[in-house]
Design a protein around this ligand. Sequence first.
Ligand SMILES: Cc1cc2nc3c(=O)[nH]c(=O)nc-3n(C[C@H](O)[C@H](O)[C@H](O)COP(=O)(O)OP(=O)(O)OC[C@H]3O[C@@H](n4cnc5c(N)ncnc54)[C@H](O)[C@@H]3O)c2cc1C
Length: 153
Amino acid sequence: MGGNRIQVDAFNRVSDHEGVYVLGDAAAMITPETPRGYPMMAPVAIQQGQQLAANLIRNQKGQSWKPFKYLDKGTMATIGRNRAVVNFWGQTFHGIVAWLMWMFVHIMYLVGFRNKVATLMGWVYNYLTYDRALRLIIRPFARSKSTKVYHEV
Ligand SMILES: Cc1cc2nc3c(=O)[nH]c(=O)nc-3n(C[C@H](O)[C@H](O)[C@H](O)COP(=O)(O)OP(=O)(O)OC[C@H]3O[C@@H](n4cnc5c(N)ncnc54)[C@H](O)[C@@H]3O)c2cc1C
């Protein structure tokens, strides 16, 4: 499949491979409603995991499986310091309100109290110190004529 994804059915099963399941970014769930699969997003991965776990429990109880149906809870994106856009329940929020909502939702979805506190403290530190998570240090390089090896100038 495109994007190196593995095709699965509506139950996250890989055809011709009994007992093999793929979900989240690695899965391309091709159904009549989703001919190109679901987008590679965290809510899809979370919901597919929950659905598959529920189906495996149903299997143990001898019950029939339920196909996956994505529940769109809305969209949110942070676009800078104190800025975000949130769209859910037909409402759109901007600015610092949306930014706080973005942080709250992301903290709540982290597993475990310790992770939540550690992440929140990291964000507060970064906010107060203007620290950046990603730094790229790129220095000029030149090709050596004799050895044809790249080395630092
Ligand atoms: C920069 C960036 C920003 C994003 N922003 C958003 C966003 O704002 N909203 C959103 O919904 N989605 C966002 N996404 C997409 C989201 O992160 C993914 O859709 C989601 O994490 C998919 O979950 P997953 O469980 O399928 O895969 P992953 O979260 O990638 O988990 C796969 C795990 O498997 C581990 N793994 C890999 N190979 C092996 C191996 N051989 N053995 C053992 N473990 C292995 C990896 O280390 C990883 O922990 C973003 C992605 C990126 C890269």
